[in-house]
Design a protein around this ligand. Structure first.
Ligand code: FAD
Length: 483
């Protein structure tokens, strides 16, 4: 009895319930389907950087399956047609997949389950991406949580299933089914903006588990405090691996708990780290219960905010040319590596929304295109958090000062010097505010404002006042009373 295992955001063998159950029933046909946004009816598709990661992750999965004597069959969408073809050519009697929680994926999967079940196939789905299903964590009255802390407290009372071991079994792949991975054009060529990324990242299950091991050994100690420092290596950088399911949160949970059991002095840092996995769970909880989260203000009163439109300011932000070094360093790190440190993500997002008064959806779209960990739930929940329009969001009046944030979280200027090398010779005193440096200091450092590095595109104090004035409209619409 052959089972098709349809891989999606679960590109791993270990702790993969869809695969484990399938192997228990007989041979497995492993399939990945590349759908266009139109085929998937996906209004917020993952594109640029995500495609690069996907290509390399599928390659790694194919190699792992190769070691078991099989191959990954990569097919073009739409999913329904591809699965029909796979069933016809393999004689499969069952299809398994692990659940996705994006609204378009839920609608598609529901339809496919009904459709293939009607044909007499066993169509089954499993949880591989979350510690707890979004509908399993409930308030006392049975509804969804809207605030993180009680959500996480409730989640912590539930047992976390132990991760499944890596399964093995017989793999099948009918001749002529699928296309070579390279033919899908997922990696960039002209220009190849991802050149060198394989030196920075190791997509795939092996890379994910090695990275978790390194993080626990070298980064966990002090995580509670040092995770705020973009100049230090105290975050895990597991986010793209988690997004593509090369490692599961259950595996992260079990490995972290095991490690802190062996090193009790790190218990607090371990819990802090797991509470960040908790923010991921909360974002999925929100997206599941409020599926308009990526598109609409969660607090409708924020619809009244008087956004500006400025193509020039948006471009300056995207290119890391705002004249505020900490903001520019973050945006350049993102472009150069497909990643940005969380502390800097909060700052650049606040800068776009509050200093430039550009709609958070512009930022969400740019991050979705350029982040390797672009994730509909985390990205939209985080953008709305910064905007103040989201569930349990930052207060609208919290406007990060880009100079102060730089001085606080990059005190020695290591991060800014790395990503804004044209400022490298400025003394620390002026590094985060070159526009305040006397002419002789600028000259000695080889900085010519407006030429080698931009002047600030907005004045902080004036921008702050304008942002707060803009929120008056939201207040009038009744939007900030709860804060
Ligand atoms: P670590 O500190 O090592 O955390 C471990 C894991 O916990 C992360 O890999 C991630 O899965 C999860 N996590 C940590 N912080 C958060 C958070 N605030 N919200 C949700 N999950 C979290 N994260 C994404 O994975 N994809 C996104 O598209 C994304 N967009 C963001 C946009 C903005 C504006 C902001 C402010 C944050 C965004 N985040 C996003 C959340 C967070 O910045 C990243 O998850 C984190 O920086 C990833 O780095 P890390 O793996 O080293 O984190």
């Amino acid at each position: 009895m052959t089972t098709i295992v349809w891989f999606r955001q679960d590109l791993r063998l270990a702790d993969n319930p869809a695969l484990a159950e399938a192997f228990a029933n007989g041979p497995v046909l492993p399939v990945y389907i590349v759908e266009t946004p139109e085929q998937a009816a996906d209004s917020h598709p993952m594109t640029g950087a995500s495609h690069w990661w996907l290509h390399h992750s599928l390659k790694a999965l194919d190699a792992t399956l190769g070691a078991l004597g099989g191959r990954l069959v990569v097919m073009e969408g739409p999913a329904e047609t591809a699965l029909e073809r796979a069933v016809a050519q393999s004689g499969a009697t069952a299809i398994h997949w692990n659940r996705c929680y994006e609204p378009h994926a839920i609608a598609r999967d529901k339809h496919l389950k009904t459709r293939f079940s009607a044909d007499g196939l066993s169509a089954r789905s499993f949880n591989a991406s979350l510690l707890h299903e979004p509908w399993d964590v409930e308030t006392k009255t049975g509804g969804p949580f809207k605030v993180y802390s009680p959500f996480w407290r409730a989640a912590l009372t539930r047992p976390v299933a132990a991760p499944l071991p890596r399964p093995s079994g017989r793999l099948v792949s009918p001749d002529g089914l699928g296309r070579p991975l390279d033919s899908f054009g997922l990696t960039p060529s002209k220009p190849d903006w991802a050149a060198g990324w394989l030196d920075l990242w190791q997509p795939g299950e092996a890379g994910a588990s090695a990275l978790l091991g390194t993080f626990l050994e070298e980064g966990l100690k002090g995580y509670g405090e040092l995770r705020n420092r973009p100049d230090l290596p105290n975050v895990s950088r597991l986010s793209p691996h988690l997004h593509f399911g090369e490692i599961s949160p259950r595996q992260v949970w079990a490995a972290t708990r095991l490690y802190t059991d062996m090193h009790p002095a790190l218990a607090k840092d371990g819990e802090k780290f797991l509470s960040e996995i908790g923010w991921r769970e909360f974002a999925y909880h929100l997206l599941y219960h409020f599926p308009t989260l990526p598109a609409k203000n969660w607090k409708p009163a924020f619809d009244a905010y008087p956004w500006r439109e400025s193509e020039a300011d948006l471009k300056a932000w995207q290119r890391g040319m705002t004249g505020y070094p900490m903001v520019d360093a973050g945006m350049r790190e993102l472009w150069a590596t497909g990643y940005m440190h969380n502390r800097v993500r909060m700052l650049v997002a606040s800068f776009l929304i509050k200093h430039l008064r550009l709609d958070w959806r512009h930022g969400e779209a740019w991050f979705r295109d350029t982040l390797l960990d672009a994730d509909l739930a985390n990205n939209s929940a985080s953008w709305q958090w910064v905007a103040g329009s989201g569930a349990d969001a930052a207060p609208y009046f919290r406007i990060f000062a880009p100079v102060g944030q730089g001085q606080k979280f990059d005190p020695d200027g290591v991060y800014v010097r790395r990503w804004c090398p044209e400022l490298a010779r400025l003394p620390n005193e002026f590094l985060h505010a070159p526009f305040e440096a006397p002419d002789r200091v600028l000259k000695a450092a080889g900085v010519v404002l407006g030429k080698t590095y931009p002047r600030p595109i907005v004045d902080h104090a004036a921008a702050r006042a304008a942002a707060l004035a803009g929120y008056e409209a939201v207040k009038e619409a009744g939007g900030v009373a709860a804060e």
